[in-house]
Write a protein that binds this ligand. Structure first.
Ligand SMILES: NC(=O)C1=CN([C@@H]2O[C@H](COP(=O)(O)OP(=O)(O)OC[C@H]3O[C@@H](n4cnc5c(N)ncnc54)[C@H](O)[C@@H]3O)[C@@H](O)[C@H]2O)C=CC1
Ligand SMILES: CC(C)CC(=O)C(=O)O
Ligand SMILES: [Mg+2]
Length: 401
């Protein structure tokens, strides 16, 4: 297989400042690799399948690193429901401080049935929002590409799915998930209500728009901004700011689409899209939708980056309580998140590519977890999939895949 078939079609970059220079033609490179290389990684396994996929991804990260002369010091901290049970809060101060002081953070997933319906208490999900806010990781990159090995796992017809290669750039620390006022109350008729607020300031839109334009420029120069500017003032403002920032990127073709149409177009003709930029909630929803084009939500990794400090890397899926503890989870999304950690978080591109190639090799050999299984392949569990990827990390190089 050609070495050019990258899982993640974007050169590494680090988000430097809100004022990215005009017509920036070089990748915003991270740190130079100095020897000996040692990195502190905070591991946040969380809940449900989180610990299962983190345990596998940690081993893969460790091996890929060691083969490239990199040492990792891992520190595992409680987060989400596990932390709520242990400490009474979903993001203990020590967890946040450890994460902030590390070189990168790898998260499994949080949440589950056990903590549903506890309106009075903090939810595991509150901890995740606090973590993203605490790390100031406003830019969430969610690549979604259909691998040739998994075309038959896509929910779409072969000819529609083949070759899909998208990047969703999701704003991660603003919008309705963070807007105030929020809460429960009563309306003027005395009826109970729940309410949230969608609010975006210009600096929040400008900085994510610049990241999206930079991303599109490094890919194929096409950016689609998804909003609901026909109805929502926050979206009208979003569109106005994206258009203003577009003046800095005359080489990038900008289009706009309403989110309802985008949801439909994604499954009608996904190849019309390359880079999509959108707000927190629309990006959350559209990336889950895009995952099924690629075969499974168990395949999609993500990188959340800020202007400085450690990045947060996590699969886009949740804690999957329906399959937790059964060794059924697909660990590839988390393994690929570890590759993104190496590439975008640490600038360790070679080690990242080792992981990407190992994933492709494992799929080439026919290993499949249940979510991406098709007849003729070998059905494996989370652990065995991890072991197979480990074997491939050990043996595969660019030349041999
Ligand atoms: N970043 C995070 O930690 C996230 C946490 N959540 C939380 O996770 C809990 C469950 O949420 P759901 O809506 O059920 O979403 P989910 O993503 O956990 O699961 C949705 C469906 O996808 C399947 N699935 C997810 N990951 C998989 C994997 N790696 N391999 C195979 N199948 C997989 C699940 O079995 C389930 O059928 C909730 O408490 C939710 O708030 C949801 C999304 C993100
Ligand atoms: C669990 C939520 C806080 C967010 C979510 O679903 C996501 O980021 O994908
Ligand atoms: Mg989500």
């Amino acid at each position: 297989m050609a070495a050019s078939m990258q899982l993640i079609k974007l050169r590494p970059f680090r988000l430097h400042s809100t004022s990215v220079p005009k017509h920036h033609s070089r990748p915003l490179v991270i740190r130079c690799s100095a020897t000996p290389k040692s990195y502190n990684i905070t591991l946040l396994p969380g809940d449900g399948i989180g610990p299962e996929v983190i345990s596998v991804a940690k081993n893969v990260l460790n091996l890929a690193g060691s083969l490239e002369g990199i040492e990792f010091k891992f520190k595992e901290m409680p987060m989400g429901g596990a932390a709520l049970d242990l400490t009474g809060v979903p993001l203990p101060e020590e967890t946040l401080t450890t994460a902030q002081q590390s070189d990168a953070v790898l998260l499994g997933a949080i949440g589950g049935y056990k903590w549903d319906n506890n309106e009075k208490h903090l939810k595991p999900e509150t901890g995740l929002l606090q973590l993203r806010e605490g790390l100031k990781v406003f830019a969430n990159l969610r690549p979604a590409s259909v691998l040739p090995q998994l075309v038959d796992a896509s929910t779409l017809k072969k000819e529609v799915a083949e070759g899909v290669d998208l990047m969703v750039v999701r704003e991660l620390t603003g919008g309705i998930y963070f807007g105030k006022p929020r809460g429960f109350g009563t309306n003027e008729n005395g009826e109970e209500i729940g309410f949230n607020t969608e609010v975006y300031a210009s600096y929040e839109i400008d900085r994510i728009a610049r990241i999206a334009f930079e991303t599109a420029r490094k890919r194929n120069g096409k950016l689609c901004s998804v909003d609901k500017a026909n109805v929502l003032e926050a979206s009208m403002f979003w569109r106005k700011r994206v258009i203003a920032i577009a003046a800095e990127y005359p080489d990038v073709e900008l289009t706009h689409m309403y989110v309802d149409n985008a949801a439909m177009q994604l499954v009608r003709n996904p190849k019309q899209f390359d880079t999509i930029v959108t707000n927190n909630i629309f990006g959350d929803i559209l990336s889950d939708e895009a995952s099924m084009i690629t075969g499974s939500i168990g395949m999609l990794p993500s990188a959340s980056l800020g202007e400085s400090g450690p990045g947060l890397f996590e699969p886009i899926h949740g804690s999957a309580p329906d399959i937790a503890g059964q060794d059924k989870a697909n660990p590839l999304a988390t393994i690929l998140s570890a590759a993104m950690l190496l590439k975008y978080g640490l600038g360790e591109v070679k080690a990242a590519e080792r992981i990407e190639l190992a994933v492709l090799d494992t799929l080439n050999k026919g290993f499949r977890t249940g979510d991406i299984y098709s007849v003729g392949n070998k059905l494996v569990g989370c652990k065995e999939m991890g072991e197979e990827v480990l074997k491939s990390v050990d043996t595969k190089t660019h030349a041999s895949v």
